[in-house]
Ligand binder design. Structure first.
Ligand code: APR
Length: 256
């Protein structure tokens, strides 16, 4: 509890904050992780059979159906206290960027706006030929054709073997280099290039705060604070310690 209050106090003085989230923040909303989603009918598949451009070329019906099922599961979930706390944190920090690896769209649903979705958003659909986002499609056809060019539509997510959206990653990298505090929430920090962001921030002098139910495999050392617990509990507690209004922040450097 003391560490949480201390983190809140540090954040109160910070003017530049970046946050990286992973599957852990959505666990309390009931979103299954990528592998947990491979149950029932899907249990015999490898992610590589369903989440690659080659899989879509080979069997577009199968891939579309898998994403359609996941999309409907995500649509039934709502943001939890962790998502709401980050949306609130954004409102209190002058320079803020939320970087998420999640495709569930729950940060946006909670009100986060200064945000990059590094791996896309499963609720969105795009043309497989030119990447144009499509708002509505014929649900009877699997996959439906693009209303503009007729090419099959696909989910707007980054598949294995695909590049991250360049502009989104550049924004994330810039925020990691500039921030005074970097929060890493509910991510195992294993999947590159997002996994490097906390260490880039740390190398550039930011205090790194790790929020996770398990600290196994997470780095430790000077300038790194571990807050062990569920994001839905820890993040609201941090916010509770963030008492100072914006105008009361140190007008000089904003350093912690
Ligand atoms: N609060 C905080 N942390 C949690 C919670 C919770 N309620 N529940 C689980 N965690 C932690 C786990 O301890 C683990 O460290 O969240 C982390 C989830 O790790 P991963 O499942 O590896 O998810 P993530 O880091 O987001 O994976 C990155 O890999 O599967 C691909 O593309 C997919 O975006 C994903 C990427």
């Amino acid at each position: 509890m003391e560490a949480t209050l201390e983190v809140g106090a540090r954040l109160s003085k910070a003017r530049r904050v970046a946050v990286l989230t992973g599957a852990g923040i959505s666990a309390e909303s009931g979103i299954p992780t990528f592998r947990d989603a491979l149950t029932g009918l899907w249990a015999t598949y490898d992610p590589e059979e369903l989440a690659t451009p080659q899989a879509f070329e080979r069997n577009p019906v199968l891939v579309w159906n898998w994403y359609a099922e996941r999309r409907s599961r995500v649509a039934a979930c709502v943001p939890n206290a962790g998502h709401h706390a980050l949306a609130e944190l954004e409102r209190r920090i002058p320079e803020f960027l939320l970087i998420t690896q999640n495709v569930d769209g729950l940060h946006g649903a909670a009100g986060s706006r200064r945000m990059v979705e590094l791996h896309g958003n499963i609720r969105r659909v795009k043309c497989s030929r030119d990447g144009r986002i499509v708002e509505s499609w014929d649900g009877d056809l699997r996959p439906p054709p693009c209303p503009h060019c007729g090419a099959p539509l696909r989910p707007d997510v980054v598949w294995f073997g695909e590049m991250l959206p360049e502009a989104a990653f550049a924004r994330a990298l810039d925020a990691a280099r500039r921030c005074e505090v970097f929060l890493s929430v509910g991510t195992s920090n294993l999947v590159e290039p997002a996994a490097s962001l906390p260490w880039i921030a740390h190398r550039h002098g930011a205090t790194l705060i790790i929020v996770n139910t398990s600290m196994e495999g997470q780095r430790n050392g000077p300038g790194i604070v571990h807050l062990t617990g569920a994001a839905g509990t820890v993040l609201p507690a941090i916010l509770a310690g963030l008492a100072l209004p914006d105008c009361a922040r140190s007008p000089d450097t904003g350093r912690l």
